[in-house]
Design a protein around this ligand. Structure first.
Ligand SMILES: [Zn+2]
Length: 197
């Protein structure tokens, strides 16, 4: 099905049945969750969380990276600020995934020599490599560690610090496996050697 055919099917078959639900969205949005995930086409945030339009505020980029605040990545920084300060989301989920190309690239920076934009972007997670400088880092561990690193970066945002201190916001790390449908819910013990504050 082409995208245009998809739109036609949505407008003629899906929308009429859910008209009321879509009309209600006109009055504004109040999502509970900021969902930060990879641009990878194999992830469908609404499908895997079974949420409807209006329920997830979403940031997507290669590698579900949250640059540290103040480094000039205003697209991500502004969206986090809006989610926390204006929408007052109660949770931020960083969701990595199996077989992530961006994390694979991070582990093989030399392979990105001819793609400087990608190389410089994934290097926002370079601290992950530094933490494991002395040991071999598997792709699966790097994917987990990359999620945990982004949670560390989130904790550096002033708006996040304020909201978590007030008990209004929690930060969660997930890894989604598209080949099995499973989701790993990460915590401080998810990755040996990864010291999470
Ligand atoms: Zn990815």
């Amino acid at each position: 099905m082409t995208l245009n055919q998809g739109i036609e099917k949505f407008q003629t078959q899906v929308f009429p049945k859910r008209q009321e639900e879509f009309r209600r969205l006109e009055s504004g949005q109040s999502p509970e969750t900021l969902f930060i995930t990879c641009s990878d086409s194999r992830i469908d945030p609404n499908l895997i969380t079974q949420t409807a339009p209006g329920e997830l505020f979403v940031i997507r980029n290669a590698g579900n990276i949250v640059p540290r605040p103040g480094v000039g990545e205003l697209s991500v920084e502004a969206t986090i600020q809006y989610a926390v300060d204006v929408l007052k989301v109660s949770q931020i989920i960083v969701c990595g995934h199996s077989h992530c190309g961006a994390v694979t690239g991070l582990l093989n920076l030399d392979s990105l020599e001819s793609m400087p934009a990608i190389r410089d972007w994934v290097k926002r997670s370079e601290a992950l490599l530094e933490r494991f400088r002395d040991g071999e880092l598997s792709l699966a561990d790097a994917i987990r560690g990359n999620v945990l690193l982004q949670l560390d970066h989130l904790r550096e945002y002033e708006c996040v610090q304020r909201a978590t201190a007030a008990g209004d916001l929690q930060l969660l790390g997930w890894v989604y496996h598209f080949e099995s449908g499973e989701v790993d819910f990460l915590n401080e013990t998810s990755l040996a050697g990864f010291n999470i504050a």
